[in-house]
Every structure is written in C-alpha cells, then in structure tokens.
Design a protein around this ligand. Structure first.
Ligand SMILES: Cc1ncc(COP(=O)(O)O)c(C=O)c1O
Length: 431
C-alpha cells in the first residue's frame, strides 16, 4: 500500500516520496531489534545509518542523559562550558593516536567536515597568506550533504544540480590493492604548494564499503605530509571500534592533523560531532585578534544532553565486554566471508572489523542506482531485516551487542535472499 501523500506531513531524507509504500512506524526498540506498531520486529543490521554502537534503548545511556536533563538541557557554548563536555574531551585523547588534541563541537557528520575544511583553509589563507589551497579527496568519497562536504565527495547524480556551486577538488583513486599502481602517481600530480587531503580511513562507507590497502594509504599520507598538506581523516563512520580498533587512524603510522567524529560518538542516541584537531592547529588561531579566531558555531554546539550520551557511550566502549563483542563480530564476519566467496550470487566479499560487505553478481553496471538495490531492500524487510544496499553492495554493520545466534541468522537470511533475488534470476537469464 502506498503512503497517502496528501495526508502524510513528512518529507523523508534520501527519498522519492512517491515510491514509498507505507513505512513501518517504530514504537519500541531494544538491542538490535526494532518493533513496529503492527507487532513486527526488524533486525537493525546497519545500526540505523551506522550510528548505534551498544544497541537501542541502552539503559546506561538513558540514565546519564536523564541525569543531565534533570539538571539542565542546554547552555550557550560561547562563553560557557559544562561538566560533560569537559569530561568527554578529557577522556577521548587516551584512545586517539597521540594525545595532543583540541576538540571543536558541532552537530553532525557533515558539519564536522565543514569545520575541518574551514579550519584548514582559514589557516592557509588568513594565517599563512597563501593564495591558493589545493584540496584533494578520494574517488568514491562521501563526506556529507552540506556544500563543503558535497564538494569533497564523489560527484554524481546526488551532487549534479549543485555542480556549478561546488568548489574545485582534485580526486585521486582510492588506495585499494587494485589501484596500487596509479594511486601514488595521481597524488603526486595533484599536490600543489599548499594542500588539504581529506579521506575516510580504511573504509569508504557510502561509496560502497570500499576497503583500503593500509600500507598504501600510509604511503599516501607520508607523501602528502612531505608536501605541505593538512590531512583530515573523516572517521564519522569508522570511529569507535567499527574497524576493530578505537579509530581507524590507530592502525596507521601517519597520524592525521584532524579527525572528524560523529555517528557513534553518542552511541547513536543524540546528534553531535567533533572536529578533533592537533594542538598546533589550535595554536595557529591563538592570537590577540578576534578577527583571526575561528568564527564558526551552531546553536546546539556542545549540547549537554548529547555530551552526557557521549560520556555514557565512552563508559560502555571502555568495558572489556564491548571489545570481546567487537572481536566476536569481526571473526564471525571473516569466517562468513570465506563461505560467501563461493556463493553463485556473490561477486566479491570483504570485511574490516565489524563491517561485512558483499557485492552481488550482476550483468548490469554497478552504482548506487543499481535496480537490485530496491529489490534487495524489500526482500530483506520481508524477512525482518533492515539492510540498505549501496547499489549492488549489501553490508552488515550491526550494533556491538548483537548475539552470536542473531548474527548467524543474519548470514542465513543473506544467503536466502541472495539466492532468491540474485542467483535464481541470473540462472533464469542464462536459460
Ligand atoms: C564518512 C562520512 N562522513 C560524513 C558523513 C555525514 O554525516 P551526517 O549524515 O551526520 O551529516 C557520513 C554519513 O554517512 C559519512 O559516512
């Protein structure tokens, strides 16, 4: 049944509203399960757009938010500070690569990117009196939907209408094994005198869970750093254990100058982000002159409820059992990937930490608009599993609390759905 668009008041994100059948109305959620008003339950296999770490309705996160709410809900963050913001920023450095960081708050992944790009550009233009900054990003990148973030992302039908209004960015191939020969050369050719390199470390999420060759990425960072480059690691998706370590940057030899965090920062409970920058960047802006300060902010910057949620999520991230779960999911994904390689419906399969990505076999051109996307989404929903394919790539990115038996069930559902929706169709095409 289609939604009655006349009476339905909402315009949903990333949606052609005319296409949608009735959307499930969620009335309760617990752990990895969402419950709708009709009594159906759906496994949240993608952590609600990659934000949820510890399962839905986690009592510890709720408790810390409530305690803060009982004291006060928000305070202007220019000229005022509060306990939870300080606690969060004092606790984070010990989990980041190196410890000399300063923390700038904003509201979501895209704004954390805007802040990082603006900091880098202002540093060069205003403080170093540089005339031109070269911005370099990876092909297949996604950094968000605001203008700066869109400019630094892969161009395509998402960005086409805005193309004339985006700033110039040089794109280089992602540092995957297949691109090894061309990647370094492309970077060397792209580098100008003063550069910014922005990248999603180890896994490029929305681009189709593209997984990097770690050594190659490190080589690129070394080359960039040799050539006056401010490096920005977009860890909006990869942060907080997703790739098997606290941050993907912990697995690299070359530490970025800025790290963008959001999504899992609050355990997925409330929107917030941090642009984490090296002390030396902060020091550049530290003068006696207000016009040389970083004049950027948002109404809800440093919101105390979101900071309380982030501290609660840190409490859980610091527990041994969370890391046991991350290891359990990672090793089950690796084993599953070995089995899936031989399935007729699977073109390729890859894993990194708690992320398992499967590209399905198809004779059609890949890409986000791949027609198999909608078919698979619907088929998984019928089985009671939320998976949002990225074109012809499906992936599992579950909350860390997922039980072993639920993960096994998820693999089994993938096998069944791929068989009925992909393999049998391929066979039918042959006959
Ligand atoms: C790597 C990365 N950066 C930035 C963003 C943008 O974050 P938000 O949707 O919170 O603006 C996303 C969102 O998916 C992302 O995956």
């Amino acid at each position: 049944m289609k939604i009655d668009l006349k009476s339905y008041p909402i315009w949903h994100p990333f949606s052609q509203m005319s296409e949608w059948a009735e959307m499930p109305k969620i009335i309760r959620a617990e752990g990895v399960w969402l419950y709708d008003e009709k009594g159906n339950k759906v496994m949240d296999a993608i952590s609600s757009w990659w934000v949820n770490l510890h399962g839905h309705a986690h009592p510890h996160i709720a408790k810390r938010i409530k305690a803060q709410l009982d004291r006060f809900e928000h305070v202007i963050f220019a000229g005022f500070t509060h306990d939870h913001a300080i606690e969060l920023c004092e606790r984070l450095p010990k989990h980041l690569p190196q410890e000399d960081w300063k923390f700038f708050f904003s509201d979501n992944g895209s704004t954390s990117i805007e802040v990082a790009l603006k900091l880098a550009i202002q540093k060069y233009i205003q403080h170093d009196k540089v005339e031109k900054v070269t911005i370099i990003a990876l092909e297949g990148a996604y950094h968000g939907d605001t203008f700066g973030a869109m400019s630094a992302g892969e161009r395509g039908f998402f960005t086409d209408p805005f193309e004339q209004h985006l700033f110039d960015v040089k794109f280089i191939p992602s540092p995957t094994k297949e691109n090894a020969a061309v990647c370094m050369k492309a970077l060397q050719e792209a580098l100008g005198e003063h550069n910014v390199l922005i990248f999603e470390p180890l896994v490029q999420g929305a681009g189709g869970m593209i997984m990097h060759d770690k050594a190659l990425l490190d080589d690129l960072l070394r080359e960039a750093k040799k050539n006056k480059t401010i490096t920005i690691a977009d860890e909006v998706m990869t942060g907080f254990g997703r790739t098997g370590t606290w941050f993907a940057s912990n697995q690299l030899k070359h530490v970025p100058d800025m790290i963008c965090l959001s999504k899992g920062l609050t355990g997925g409970a409330l929107p917030m982000s941090l642009t984490v920058c090296k002390q030396w960047i902060y020091d550049v802006f530290l003068t006696e002159d207000l016009s040389l300060a970083f004049l950027h902010g948002h109404s809800f910057t440093g919101n105390p409820l979101a900071c309380a949620a982030a501290c609660a999520s840190l409490d859980l991230m610091e527990e041994k059992k969370t890391w046991e779960q991350i290891e359990m999911i990672s090793s089950m994904h690796r084993e599953a990937a070995e089995r899936m390689k031989d399935w007729g419906s699977v073109k390729s399969v890859r894993t990194c930490g708690t992320i398992l990505a499967i590209q399905v076999e198809s004779d059609l051109e890949a890409g986000y608009m791949h027609p198999v996307r909608v078919r698979l989404y619907d088929a998984f929903m019928k089985q009671g599993m939320l998976i949002r394919p990225l074109g012809d790539v499906i992936y599992l990115l579950p909350p860390y609390v997922i039980k072993k038996e639920d993960l096994l069930w998820a693999y089994q559902m993938i096998e069944e759905v791929l068989y009925t929706e992909v393999e049998s169709n391929l066979k039918a095409d042959v006959h």
